[in-house]
Design a protein. Structure first.
Length: 353
């Protein structure tokens, strides 16, 4: 591994000049900075992040906390955050929680201990209703305790960050579900089913019930299948099998996310039923596979690009203000709500008369 001293020797300058040039110090001429950067690149120089942290210069590391990396939705968030950070000269480390609140808090502690420059907390924890307030209070307490010492910037993606005193960016799922129910009603559907699993049920079944009530439609328990532990395509396949076993089917089904819809469509195909002629299917998340299905899946598209870009921009703005010893803007329960869009494809149509 090359060192600052080696770069300095080749450039004919002091090691401190190299250090300042690589930090883009304005006291160093642009010509010198470019020459030193060229030499550093030729030597494949990598800065010692531990040394940077000890000297108070930051580590150029950002921590990202997500529930899982297997889901296409969170894979998109990871990919977008990494791309945005890379463009700004930062690297990313990832922690997963498995939708476990205690593990999420532990990840926060670990990242703080590793002296990251900032954290994006994108965990939709599988809260039980009785401990939502308790878990949020633990997160808020940990953040406040840390900021008394280090002033570490944190941006939350999701409702776990509400009322923590930090920026919180959320996507309005209720609005997205209202859009899809409105679309189905507009096509003439009066009987709409719901399939998912225990995790997605908690977030998406209540707004589904609300949307049905707003349109004066019946909420039929027989058409609600969410009790299995299977997830992704396997979950959609099993829940649709259960729905088919009822004998009587709704004319349309909302799958809580696109992977569930994919599994459901397989079960319908095996049963000799056509989508959308016999039953319409609609999903949520707009994963990349959804437009390549036969038929292509109508789905709700959360604004992942806007959400991640905004999170990274806010975080880096805070970090750079801290680096310059400027006053960091204080966020008191600041919350940005973004709204999803409905992507119309071929998996929904008017019900067969």
């Amino acid at each position: 591994m090359s060192t600052i001293e080696e770069i300095a020797k080749i450039a004919g300058v002091s090691a401190s000049t190299v250090s300042r040039a690589l930090a883009n110090n304005k006291k160093i001429s642009e010509k010198t900075i470019k020459r030193i950067e060229k030499i550093a690149n030729e030597l494949n120089y990598t800065p010692n992040l531990s040394a940077r942290a000890l000297t108070g210069k930051g580590t150029k590391l950002i921590g990202l906390i997500v529930p899982e990396i297997t889901s296409n939705y969170y894979a998109q968030i990871i990919n977008r955050v990494e791309s945005e950070l890379y463009a700004k000269g930062y690297a990313l480390i990832i922690g997963t929680t498995g939708f476990n609140a205690d593990k999420g808090i532990r990840n926060l502690e670990v990242f703080i201990g590793r002296a990251v420059d900032g954290i994006i907390y994108a965990d939709e924890i599988n809260f039980d209703e009785v401990n939502v307030a308790e878990v949020k209070e633990k997160i808020k307490s940990l953040v406040e305790k840390n900021n008394e010492k280090n002033n570490l910037p944190i941006v939350f993606l999701g409702f776990a960050g509400e009322n923590t005193g930090h920026e919180c960016i959320t996507v309005d799922d209720e609005y997205g579900i209202s859009l899809l129910v409105s679309h189905l009603v507009g096509l003439g559907h009066k009987s709409i089913g719901f399939i998912g699993e225990k995790l997605s049920k908690k977030a998406r079944l209540p707004p589904f019930k609300k949307a049905l009530a707003e349109w004066g439609l019946e909420y039929n328990e027989k058409f609600i299948k969410t009790d299995g532990n299977e997830r992704f395509e396997a979950g959609g396949y099993m829940r649709m099998k259960e729905l088919l076993a009822e004998g009587d089917l709704p004319t349309a089904v909302f799958a809580t996310y696109d992977n569930i819809a994919i599994g459901a469509m397989k079960a319908l195909h095996e049963a000799g039923l056509k989508v959308p002629e016999d039953i319409s299917i609609i999903g949520f998340d707009n994963i990349k596979e959804s437009e390549y299905l036969i038929p292509a899946l109508t789905t709700v598209f959360p604004p992942i690009m806007e959400m991640t870009q905004r999170a990274v921009d806010i975080l880096i703005e805070k970090i750079e203000k801290i680096d310059k010893n400027e006053t960091v803007r204080k966020y008191t329960a600041a919350k940005t709500t973004l709204y999803p869009e409905l992507v119309l494809r071929q998996s929904t149509s008017a019900p067969r008369q």
